[in-house]
Design a binder for this molecule. Sequence first.
Ligand SMILES: [Fe+2]
Length: 159
Amino acid sequence: MRLVENIFLTSSLHDIGKVGIPDYILLKPGRLDDKEFSIMKSHTVIGFETLEEALQKTPEASYLHVAAEIARHHHEKFDGSGYPDGLSGDRIPVASRIFALSDVYDALVSKRPYKEPFTHDRARSIIFEGRGNHFDPMVVDAFLACEQRFIEVCEHYRS
Ligand SMILES: [Fe+2]
């Protein structure tokens, strides 16, 4: 199966590790303190370990390998300032580099309890600011090359 299909099929599992995070942190309306944030960050490793264990039990389900990579590394940043492993550049699996941009775009254009949805143009400029520090420049360029498709998908799910 192609990588892009694996990303499509498995990326909804990226935050599965949040089942291991206490509700008082997940549901906290305000900002997390340092200790709470470090517990929250562990959702990446919990998700990875859960999916790796599933992969060991069903080795034929190779797509779980991509799911596990995305779960572990979707909060890494291209410049190495992300978590949990502080990977940078090409050391971050490509599926995770692609998903990281999609996840941030989705968060920006979605309504949240603490914010209204941002417009595509505002999300686009925030993502462009992250080119080379938060995001892989090639992934940002690919996003810009097909941004109309992002707008269409966004409008489809909004309606
Ligand atoms: Fe996450």
